[in-house]
Ligand binder design. Sequence first.
Ligand SMILES: O=P(O)(O)OC[C@H](O)CO
Length: 792
Amino acid sequence: KNRTSTMIDILTTRFHDAYSYLVSEDVNRQNDNNNDIMKEKTSINRFNSEHIKYTKSETTLKDADQLSNGYGDIKDDESSILPMEGLICRDCSKSTNSESQINIFDRARKPVDILKVTQHAPSTNKYDWGSYFPHVAQNLRVKKYKYKPIFESVLNHKRIQHEIERVAKDAVRESDVSFEMEDIYYEKMLDKSKKRAHKLLCDMRHALSDGLLRLTSYVLYKLLPWFLSGVVAHPAQIEMLKVAQKKLPNTPLVFLPLHRSHLDYILVTFILLNNDIRSPLVCAGENLNIPVFGFLLRGLGAFYIRRKIDGDDGKKDYIYRGLLQTYMEESISAGHNIEFFIEGGRTRTGKPGLPKGGILSVIVDAFVDGLIDDALLVPVSVNYEKLVDGSFVREQLGIPKKKESFRKAIASIWKVLNAKYGLMRIDFNEPFSLRELVKSFKERKASVPRPVPSVRRLISKPSMTSVYGEMEFTDKHRALVDNIGRHVVYDSCTAMSIMSTNALSFLLLNKYRKGASLKELVSSLDEIREQFEGKRDFGFDEPSENVIMTAVELLGTDMIDRNVDVNGNIFIAPVLSIPNVVETFYYSQTFAPHIALDAAVLTGIAAELKENNCSSLTMNDIIDSTLLYCDVLRNEFIFHKPCQNINDQIQLTVERLCKLGSLTKLKGSDEYELNIKLSETLLSSMAALNITYWTTTECLLDIFEKGHILESDFIKLCINRITEKYNDGTITYGEAISTDSIRNCLKLLQKWSVVEVDVQSGKRIILLTSLYNSISSIETVVEKIERNVIFK
Ligand SMILES: O=P(O)(O)OC[C@H](O)CO
């Protein structure tokens, strides 16, 4: 079995090396000019096993041809198949139609750097001009699609006409014009509403152009290698999309990427275009509609939507709502694929945000109301070794985000072109049928009796408070939309590759805050790789020493201290000062969801043991304490799939933690003991969040004193308190400073009816509810949160 997988390794490496050599000499030439330490990292071997070296002369033309015509064609027996994340949930897609769309042998293939592959330009055919100009040939030969315009059909849609009339009638009703003047006034308002609808649609519409797509793709082939070592994708996943599309040719693909960077949508479109898959219309925030770039993005398929659907006065904007809903429906009916970011904006914390219901609800409604037959939802996982967009540290420190502008965009591009960002990894997960998912949720709802209080499940509503979230057009399928959204985010998160920088920052912040030798880090990373082997994918397959050194280079001296002693031993430590540690935390938090339930179980146990001053707990106690803790972090993590029972998941986690040695089941008893030494890293991974929540609840006393407070002032207050605690040594986790987690804690306090938010002229004011309008009642909330603070 081992020999087989080594053979696959060797063959894949050879094919890749051969192809990389033949196709991307120009890329290598560029890299040769950059005489710095990253040169080695941008070389063609960056993604492949560096411990298996082969010279270019060993490769054959046949190898290269195979790769160029289909990313290589590695076949072997089933025993060599690696488990693969990103497949659909079989519990939610039971029908025979949804048999795995991925060929079992395809799973044995390795991911490839798509910047070094030109599907339509076989580099070895000397009679084909394309082999001399692969990127030109590739761009001329990719499949041409017709992108049907939808402007007129949206504007003339009966829903829009109805909304225009409704707004005009409302205006007459609210006005004080005399009875005789009403008709004239109505006509005037109707005309005004029509013009407004036209203007809104002009601001929204895409201008997807095949020519611009090809031109941009050519530029990207040349430009991306300047700052990325590679864009890594799995060929089998792309095949899977093609198979899905072939099976259901008239069903739209709805791409749902996790959002980390502005590069996300550009790269999704780039990959789809170069693999002959119809480019999607991309739902983008109107903040990106800036001069020149806004126009270019429209040409690549962007259509712009507002960050806030209604005005500041809270009045429903019926025309805008109608336009957006119709725009989405008409796009799908016209055969367009769609892409939107289910979390709303880019994650600020590093871990995926909770799903927003807005756009997803339009698609679900369209299906349930029979406007579309089906849609294939494709969760997409995206990760970067180093974020190209800079960092979100300023925002985490409470400084409002600067608006996008032409000047800012040019400055960022210039900066990006002059630095190195390592690898980008993109995983297209198995498409699943919306029809089947809805059917399965409905069946489950019908077959499962309504939950009684003793059946513990974490039930939550989709976020309705921020970007895109407000756009809940209708409440009729709210639970369904929420379940689908949570499933998609959970799956994308599980399938997201762990990058070198995620692994290193996680280890440094949670195991080696005081630093460690390279040797220690290598052995810890080896351990993680062993534990996750076959369960999670890694964005690297080099020896751990290379991985760590790459991550050290990419994170840079702002985040990592590196020292070499007289004997040449390398010592690596995190920079723990604020704000540097806040940025390192971003990379570490990308790893956190992979261990979230493990860490939650251990924190729940540690909190319970501390509170009751005891040394062991029964399984029931563990379940109760974990549920209590998971409820606190309900806005931070999705701990389980909506189709899973949390109790079962906690029990499975306990079993796993026993195997790892973090827990011990006492002999002859049903009690479990915590091995604190072996649990330190996992407990530490929750420490910063616990401190943020604890300090935020402490600050409720300030609201009690003041009566009410602006949300923005409250966030500043919490950040100042955490900073004071850090400066006077009360806490050591400076990364607890996080605007996003303070906001999440406020949402929790709202859910617990501790605070309420009053919106006045667009300003959010926080007040204590009548239930918590005393010092003693606030203290009970503080205690409930403080019990989880195990490490400070
Ligand atoms: O992450 P944001 O909030 O800056 O915005 C993201 C883009 O608007 C999404 O298209």
